[in-house]
Design a protein around this ligand. Sequence first.
Ligand code: B12
Length: 221
Amino acid sequence: MVTEKEKEIIAGLQDAVIHYKVDRCRELAQEALDSGCDAYTMTMEGLAGGMQVVSQKFDTHEYFVPETLLCAKALYAALDLLKPHIKAQDDRGTGEVVLGVMQGDVHDLGKNLIKAIFEAAGWTVHDLGRDVPLKNFVETQLKTDSDIVMMSAMMTTSMIGIKKLIPMIKEKNPNVKIMIGGGVISEKVVDDFGADNTADNAPNALREAMDMLEAIRSGAV
Ligand code: B12
């Protein structure tokens, strides 16, 4: 149940992200925390909701790279404050993931939301950052023995790296699960590239990862 105060702050956060009001975004995040608003709802509906409108503006050429970068800056200003207060929505257990944005791709907003939600649920996230060389995913999975490798791609050009990377990982460790996501990933890409799963947003990614973890731990896969 979203309170009136939460609705008001969600609308404010969306507006601040859309109109790249960095200071306002930070203030609203603090106000949300001070008034006991749910940090998870503020993040997903306020910040990610605002970014959805920015995406439409970018796609329709109303916004270009400079404005969009400022929107991202506003989102991060609030996320930094909200992140430690996000509570997990799923408490079926915790796992370990390697997470990164594919080589050639600097779109890391989605990846960072995924990281925030997974860490809030108590998962260990080995965050490789953005524009990550393929071999780093393989090496980190081997070093950490993580349950799942999560790859994010927002561009058709960077998506191609996933096709190369999956066999590299599976060759070293056939049991590791691969989850892929980002704007260019469809169910067809999942099948064609031999990934195990996808999700269209961070909460769904956590739900799917929990399902995979249960299957791994029960020995079903
Ligand atoms: C913000 C943005 C930027 C910012 C990035 C800032 C940053 N730090 O991330 C800046 C301005 C830097 C940028 C630059 C460019 N961009 Co840009 N950008 C976008 C934009 C507007 C929004 C993306 C976004 O952040 N969405 C909000 C987040 C929260 O959503 P999300 O990323 O989808 O993530 C969610 C899900 O996808 C999912 N998810 C994400 N990753 C994963 C991973 C896993 C494992 C799972 C399960 C789920 C999952 O969960 C996330 C959270 O809920 C999109 C437009 C669009 N329609 O998407 C274009 C877009 C991605 N950009 C595009 C392009 C072309 C570029 C540039 C080449 C532009 C240029 N002329 O320079 C450069 C590329 C730079 C590079 N080498 O990477 C194209 C890509 C086209 C394509 N299909 O290849 C898009 C689609 C715009 C368009 N319609 O043309 N961009």
